[in-house]
Design a protein around this ligand. Structure first.
Ligand code: ADP
Ligand code: MG
Ligand code: MG
Length: 250
């Protein structure tokens, strides 16, 4: 599903490399966790996957479902089934969450050669999913993420994810930790969307999240590359020993 080989990335207009030879393979049906100290390049990886402008790939390759991801525009990536949720979700004043969801869903359907959903059909789908995630009708009418609490932002993220039914979900979670409500929303959301056809990459600094989302594969990232890969026990090992043992090896 995702194959990253020897990825080198720097900030455009600067010399310092942030990703320095990163390799990562994610297969359908798998849930991966990427952990690592602050500043190791975790968020940079998610921005590069999203196609954010400020980053320049200087070497390496990213294949998504066998296609060169770097040659796809951000909207083409979404249409192909890539979903990214960021550490700091964007606020969109003046655009109701409901309208935003409808636009996103119809853009994806159009790119896949499917017709737009009628308003009643869309409303039916969104009401059903919103109900499952405890997203209120009132929240659907509010501008996207504006004034949303931490837990509401996570609900909004998971609602988008479940509506768009992506093939690969990449979630960049906060370093400081989620509150209990947000933690529950994210882990239940991710667990309910687990399927043999779908893969998830959960980027986190936060060990506790992995008590709720049990990953198949855990990676430790340090100084711009993956320095260790293991099973779910690696997360427990990290909790005990910290990152030092791995970052020194890097
Ligand atoms: P993490 O998510 O693991 O904490 P980041 O990807 O946010 O790490 O950052 C990795 C390194 O790249 C840090 O040293 C950070 O300061 C630097 N960096 C990230 N984005 C930018 C940017 N837009 N401009 C300059 N430096 C950046
Ligand atoms: Mg950080
Ligand atoms: Mg980060």
């Amino acid at each position: 599903m995702l194959e990253i080989k020897n990825l080198h990335v720097k900030i455009a207009d600067e010399d310092t490399e942030i990703l320095r030879g990163l390799d990562l393979t994610v297969n359908a049906g798998e849930v991966h966790a990427i952990m690592g100290p602050n500043g190791s390049g975790k968020s940079t990886l998610s921005y590069v996957l999203a196609g954010k402008d400020d980053y320049e790939i200087t070497d390496g390759q990213i294949l998504f479902m066998g296609q060169d991801l770097t040659e796809m525009e951000p909207d083409e990536r979404a249409a192909a089934g890539l979903f990214l949720a960021f550490q700091y979700p964007v606020e969109i004043p003046g655009v109701a969450f409901m309208t935003f969801l409808k636009t996103a869903l119809n853009a994806q359907r159009k790119a896949r050669g499917e017709g737009e959903l009628s308003t009643p059909d869309f409303m039916r789908v969104v009401r059903e999913k919103a109900g499952q995630l405890n997203v209120s009708q009132e929240m659907l009418k509010r501008p996207v993420n504006v004034g949303f609490s931490g837990g509401e932002k996570k609900r909004s993220e998971i609602l988008q994810m479940s509506l768009l039914e992506p093939k690969l979900c990449v979630l960049d979670e906060t370093d400081s930790g989620l509150d209990i409500d947000a933690l529950r929303v994210v882990s239940e959301g991710v667990n309910s969307l687990r399927s043999p056809e779908r893969a998830m990459v959960v980027i986190t600094h936060y060990q506790r999240l992995l008590d709720h989302i049990v990953p198949d594969v855990v990676h430790v990232m340090s100084a711009g590359r993956i320095v260790k890969t293991g099973g779910k026990e690696l997360a427990l090992e990290l909790e005990k020993s910290g990152y030092a043992a791995f970052t020194e090896a890097a």
